[in-house]
Design a protein around this ligand. Structure first.
Ligand code: SF4
Length: 389
């Protein structure tokens, strides 16, 4: 009998051979390694050969959920992506929220392990346990991650389908490529988007109706209700109210705001990109991941200038990397740069810090205008930052 709380099914997909096998995860495996991180670490430890080139077909790419997605526990709709990282050469992992964790669970899978490389671009659709590999020729090289999500939902006539996709950066194997889902949520770190690209895998899509069976429903309900109450209380107020950009002024007070490629810890312009200013001038909507009452996602709209009309969800890390760390305090430009990163699947943290590093190199004369295709790249050059991205 399956351990309660888990769906317990793993799809092993050999993209080279176009072969899918579904296995039940053993009870001791579920009990000993517990959640998504544990399962993925164990699988990589057991199956990945030492010295594997992270962008070769020999790397193993894992999508995993733990026991919580599909329950009404706050912040439970998480999924993790794991592989040997092309950025660090070490254990690569990136976590995201949105609807994908929930939909993967409802589609009937706990874990997906990809081996090999597809002979042509493909995407995966898991429809209530039915695992399908589709040709992605109309997507690859043509659609960014937002368009991919829209097209898959349109093609399969269901707005609820959870889609995790790569854009240009993943297809071109940029080592800082991330994976985007629900437009504004990213499995951001360690280059997992590049590993998807190296396997010719454009997207994963999920939809289903499997329900979660918990072991002790009464106790579970009491615990979950308590956590929901606390998730609506003072400890998460900052995320619900101003979102993570509240940290701009907190870091400023502590003297550790990343400014001018980490050369300074404060800025007299910090207020221009604070959570407070964002809430007053730029935020147009707050959104939540599936089953989460916190709703920390703060969507901002660029209202004027050349970037007018751009929309993105602005988190503190993206804000400092593409903002003050690069000497940029123009919210319209920051919103635009985040939107480009999210669509083309560039990790905003690594992408932003490439900008600030390049700017310092430019200021010190190590890199010249010609190295940037004619772009002026001095710190604080708003247009330079956007063009570089
Ligand atoms: S809404 Fe915010 S707090 Fe809730 S799961 Fe999503 S990212 Fe986490």
């Amino acid at each position: 009998m399956m351990v309660k709380g888990y769906i317990g099914k793993c799809a092993k997909i050999d993209l080279t051979k176009d072969k899918v096998e579904v296995v039940n995860l053993p009870e001791e495996y579920l009990k000993d390694y517990i959640g998504g991180y544990g399962f993925a670490a164990k699988t990589l430890w057991d199956e990945l050969k030492p010295g594997t080139d992270p962008l070769s077909p020999d790397n193993i790419l894992i999508f995993n959920i733990g026991p919580f997605p599909g329950t009404y526990l706050p912040t439970s709709s998480k999924y993790g992506v794991f592989a040997r990282s092309p950025l660090t050469g070490l254990f690569g992992m990136a976590i995201s929220s949105g609807s994908v964790g929930l939909q993967m669970r409802q589609a009937g899978l706990q874990q997906i392990v990809f081996y090999g490389k597809a002979s042509k671009p493909v995407f995966l659709f898991v429809d209530d346990g039915d695992i399908q590999i589709h040709d992605a020729k109309d997507y690859w090289g043509k659609l960014d991650s937002w368009q991919t999500e829209d097209k898959i939902r349109e093609e399969f006539h269901d707005e609820r389908i959870g889609v995790a996709a790569i854009g240009k950066a993943g297809e071109k194997l940029a080592r800082i490529a991330c994976i985007t889902n629900d437009r504004n949520r990213q499995a951001g770190r360690t280059g997992m988007g590049a590993v998807m690209g190296s396997k010719n895998l454009k997207a994963l899509a999920f939809h289903g109706s499997h329900q979660v069976e918990v072991a002790k429903p009464k106790e579970w309900k009491a615990l979950a209700l308590d956590l929901i109450k606390r998730a609506n209380g003072p400890s998460t107020l900052k995320y619900r109210d101003l979102g993570t950009p509240i940290n701009t002024l907190n870091f400023q007070k502590l003297g550790c705001l990343p400014v001018d490629n980490f050369r300074e810890g404060t800025s007299d312009r910090a207020n221009e990109i604070s959570g407070e200013t964002m809430a007053e001038k730029w935020v147009i909507k707050k959104a939540a991941c599936s089953c989460c009452p916190i709703a920390c996602d703060h969507l901002c709209l660029a209202k004027e200038g050349p970037y007018k009309g751009s929309i993105s969800s602005v988190d503190f890390e993206s804000l400092f990397a593409l903002g003050c760390c690069s000497g940029v305090y123009d919210m319209n430009a920051i919103i635009k740069a985040i939107e480009m990163c999210d669509r083309d699947t560039i990790d905003t943290i690594s992408g932003g810090l490439c900008v600030s590093f390049a700017m310092e190199c430019y200021e010190k004369g190590y890199l010249k205008k010609e190295d940037f295709g004619g772009i002026e790249m001095n710190l604080g050059n708003v247009d330079g930052m956007v063009k570089f991205v």
